[in-house]
Write a protein that binds this ligand. Structure first.
Ligand SMILES: NC(=O)c1ccc[n+]([C@@H]2O[C@H](COP(=O)([O-])OP(=O)(O)OC[C@H]3O[C@@H](n4cnc5c(N)ncnc54)[C@H](O)[C@@H]3O)[C@@H](O)[C@H]2O)c1
Length: 426
């Protein structure tokens, strides 16, 4: 049977429904969580270098504010559309709540191919977007961050523009995170997502009676997330036996030297041609003998086409949405432990939260302090998900959603967003 590809919004709706059903949650909770609170569409006029004006359409979606301000990245991509931004904002709500961060989810996007713009045009677009959404963002309201094709430079322009509009002479760095370290950014943010994936892999290995030192580890994708996942897994004692990127898969039974490969990647922009490994087709990564597999490339990587080949006991989802629901069912039947993306790759948003806290207090932590705080937060989140998994006898993804939904339903109930007869007089 052909695999049914659900769009991201359908997938997230399904996940919310399953978790609400399992919790026996009030119908109002599902209704509230199934729609974003606010969707803004903006049309931004940008003066191009040749003197003409182009209009770019963008969105900012705020999903749920029950637990605090909203948080989520801004992407620049030709395929951005309103439904996708709504789905991504919804996912951010669950990611923030499973990590117990005092945020709901948000997301933004502009329909643009950034490669076609000059650097000055890109700056004007970033400033135009910040100006267009300025009325609905703010350090206690909604805090954007980088996402696909945006970075610390784009955030810096946006902070500058927002501060000109709303700062009355002050710079307001806490409105955006993911800023460069030299401009009120946070040490450890670059490494944060991969570091978190490695921590979660270490915790998950204990559940399977494995020791991180000596586990055979395979990583798909060698960008920001994949390279840091592999680097920290190696530091924790894992033997990284296979790594792939868009061009190739490298294998080495004795373990790859991840830092040397990172250096090679920086110089060559590909892992292909690296001398101290055997090079095979990139999709052979799925067949490699390993204990832990971390898909850290793109969504829909593990599908019914390759699920049979997977030999790992544990899958730690570094990427967002790397496992299709059908493939997940197969893996669960085989007893594979799948640590879901909303937990496994939440290190990035966790350290973004730390950046925000530091900006608000204008007091900055060392790299070691950031990593130590991140580790504590991630281990605590992992433990609460495992407790739910055991208590309710459900898989880890469902358990993570259940935790997040409980942490959303409680403030919504206390705030009186729905009534279910639990209010008690003092
Ligand atoms: N960067 C973050 O902080 C962060 C946080 C949470 C989630 N994520 C998610 O993690 C994933 C990766 O993000 P990133 O920031 O590392 O991106 P990136 O662009 O830095 O890296 C992506 C990597 O995937 C590789 N790749 C692409 N297609 C592939 C294929 N078919 N087979 C093997 N490798 C392939 C690329 O060669 C590249 O090495 C995305 O799903 C992203 O949404 C990223």
């Amino acid at each position: 049977m052909a695999e049914k590809t659900l769009n991201p919004f359908e997938i997230v709706q399904l996940q919310v429904k399953k978790a609400c059903d399992e919790l026996g949650e009030n119908e109002a909770v599902r209704k509230i969580l199934s729609v974003p609170e606010k969707v803004m569409e903006v049309n931004i006029p940008v003066e191009m270098d040749n003197g003409t004006t182009r209009i770019f359409t963008g969105y900012r979606v705020q999903h749920n504010t029950s637990a605090g301000p909203t948080k989520g990245g801004i992407r620049f991509h030709p395929k951005v559309n309103k439904d996708e931004v709504k789905a991504l904002a919804t996912w951010m709500t669950f990611k923030c709540r499973v990590m117990d961060l005092p945020y709901g989810g948000a997301k933004g996007g502009i329909i643009v191919e950034p490669k076609e713009l000059s650097i000055r045009e890109l700056e004007r677009l970033a400033r135009g977007y910040a100006k267009s959404i300025a009325q609905i963002i703010g350090e206690r309201v909604d805090i954007p961050a980088p996402d696909v094709n945006t970075n610390g430079q784009v955030m810096s322009w946006m902070v500058d523009e927002y501060s000109l509009l709303r700062g009355v002479g002050q710079t307001l760095p806490a409105v955006f995170t993911g800023k460069p370290v030299e401009f009120d950014g946070c040490l450890g943010r670059t490494e944060a997502t991969g570091y978190g994936v490695a921590i979660i892999a270490r915790e998950a290995s204990k559940l399977k009676d494995l020791e991180m030192s000596g586990v055979r580890f395979a990583v798909q994708g060698f960008g920001n997330v994949g390279s840091h996942t592999a680097m920290y897994a190696e530091e924790m004692g894992a033997k990284v036996v296979a790594i792939s990127d868009i061009d190739a898969c490298l294998i080495n039974e004795k373990g790859l030297d991840v830092k040397a490969l990172m250096k090679y990647m920086k110089e060559n922009r590909t892992i292909s041609g690296y001398p101290k490994a055997d090079e095979i087709n990139r999709d052979e990564i799925f067949k490699q003998e390993c204990d832990i597999f971390a898909p850290c490339a793109l969504e829909n990587a593990i599908t019914t086409r390759n699920v049979e080949q997977i030999k790992a006991d544990i899958i730690v989802e570094g990427a967002n949405g790397p496992t299709t629901p059908e493939a997940e069912n197969e893996l669960l039947k085989r007893g594979v432990l799948i640590v879901p993306d909303i937990l496994a790759n939440a290190g990035g948003v966790t350290v973004s939260y730390f950046e925000w806290v530091q900006n608000l207090h204008n007091y900055y932590w060392s790299f070691e302090e950031v990593q130590e705080k991140q580790e504590r937060k991630m281990v605590a989140a992992f433990k609460s998900v495992v407790e739910m998994m055991k208590a309710k006898n459900v898989d880890m993804r469902k358990a993570a959603y259940m935790i997040a939904i409980e942490r959303l339903a409680t403030p919504m109930r206390l705030r009186g967003w729905f009534k279910d007869g639990t209010y008690k007089r003092a």
